[in-house]
Design a protein around this ligand. Structure first.
Ligand code: NAP
Ligand code: G4F
Length: 367
């Protein structure tokens, strides 16, 4: 056993791609999985990895401090004899209540999992591994919130831009961000925050706006929209910097493995380009040859198929607006490009095309 990694949140979008990459590179992976109320485990995204000899799944829950401690101890018991050779284990802490909108509905769960859980995890790691571990924290562009500027063309966000968290999700992630910085300074641990801007993929959760759109577009392309109902969406105006999750998990590894000395620190990972939800919708429908024509305004706005002039495809639903929404997020990834030689390559229209194709294939297979 040469390299060892822990991934919390291995069943999620990022965790599944990261596990694939690490296993391909002969790293032994311990993945934390949790039981959910409706089904035993959410293993769909990693079903193709379950038989891998270097993957071990361990049951835990970020809501339960005892289970976090047992999880870390069981990894320690399995690997402590090889630690002398590899010096440290890699810990990718990705588990989180990751839905910003939902965080307004379940604020205390969000804080428990995304903020307090990180402290418990770090303390358990220190207890067993001393400082023989490196820690990646899945931080987020949501920390920036709505930046205060009078400019009509707000600048891209850098590692020096002040934070202004504006949701229970962002507030919890802010606490975790500061905790990680504190452990780096206080205990000399290689603990870093990846400040990742939105990243998407065919494995994105269905309740995030991009996948919700591409899944609807796929249903429309196959003439399978239930009840021919329009796609219900909230705020169409907000702009996001959307990258490809498969590239972003490679940046996480660089922060843990390649960073050393002065380059150990917190990094923005982003494309540097922002598009509105409305533009995303248009690009996704363009992929299947449909142009969208908008009419109405505010909560009465709708999008219609301009080609046949009749199908109403998108409808704004005020229930889907957030109490506070972040209107503009775009990141400057110069620091990671310069220090760790990481840069994004996938243009948004390729990513969208990939997601729509994948959703069409899944529907054809009846999945
Ligand atoms: P995701 O698909 O929602 O995955 C979240 C993971 O966390 C899942 O494996 C989930 O398990 C697990 N989890 C949730 N609650 C848990 C709990 N109480 N105990 C144990 N595990 C729990 O999220 P993602 O898009 O891969 O994002 C990964 C991380 O990056 C998250 O921390 C997110 O906040 C952060 N982030 C994401 C983005 C983005 O654009 N994707 C950008 C910046 C930061 P189940 O499968 O059982 O639900
Ligand atoms: O897809 P979203 O839910 O992503 P959001 O809120 O930007 O959060 C994602 O990215 C963060 C990084 O910036 C991560 F930290 C976080 O874990 C997550 O991965 O919403 C994007 C935008 C928002 O402005 C939202 O109000 O789309 C708008 N939107 C409009 N209608 C919608 C909908 N969002 C969702 N989820 N569902 C809608 O129907």
């Amino acid at each position: 056993m040469k390299q060892v990694a822990i991934i919390t949140g291995i069943t999620g979008q990022d965790g599944s791609y990261l596990a694939e990459d690490l296993l391909n590179d002969d790293v032994h992976v311990f993945g934390g999985i949790r039981r959910s109320a409706s089904s035993p485990y959410n293993l769909g995204r990693i079903s193709h990895l379950l038989e891998h000899p270097n993957l071990k799944l361990i049951y835990f829950d970020m809501m339960d401090a005892c289970s976090i401690e047992k999880f870390v101890k069981s990894v320690y018991d399995s690997v402590h004899d090889v630690l002398q050779l590899s010096n440290y284990i890699q810990v990718y802490h990705l588990a989180a209540q990751s839905h910003v909108g939902d965080s307004f509905r379940i604020p205390t769960v969000t804080h428990q999992v995304n903020a307090l859980g990180v402290i418990v995890l770090l303390e358990s790691l220190r207890t067993h591994f001393k400082n023989n571990f490196r820690f990646y924290q899945a931080s987020t562009s949501e920390l920036f919130g709505n930046i205060k500027t009078k400019s009509k063309n707000p600048k891209t966000m850098t590692e020096c831009t002040p934070f202004n968290p504006e949701s229970p999700y962002a507030i919890a992630k802010m606490a975790a961000y500061l905790t990680v910085q504190n452990y780096r300074k206080a205990y000399d641990i290689h603990a870093v925050n990846g400040i990742l801007f939105n990243h998407e993929s065919p494995r994105r959760g269905m309740d995030f706006v991009t996948r919700k759109i591409t899944n609807y577009v796929a249903q429309y392309a196959l003439n399978r929209v239930p009840g021919n109902r329009p796609l219900q969406l909230g705020n169409l105006k907000s702009k996001r910097d959307w990258g490809d999750a498969r590239e972003y998990v490679k940046a996480m590894r660089k922060m843990l493995i390649e960073a050393q000395g002065d380059t150990v620190g917190d990094y923005i990972v982003a494309t540097g380009e922002a598009y509105s939800v409305r533009t995303f919708i248009q690009l996704a429908f363009q992929k299947i040859g449909v142009m969208i024509e908008w009419f109405g305004s505010g909560v009465n706005e709708k999008g219609r198929n301009a080609t046949n002039g009749k199908d109403i495809l998108v409808q704004v639903n005020k229930e889907l607006f957030r109490p506070v929404d972040i209107l503009y997020l775009v990141g400057n990834a110069e620091k990671i490009k310069k220090n760790l030689n990481w840069q994004p390559t996938v243009p948004l229209n390729h990513l969208i095309s990939d997601m729509v194709d994948n959703d069409i294939e899944l529907l054809k297979k009846g999945l």
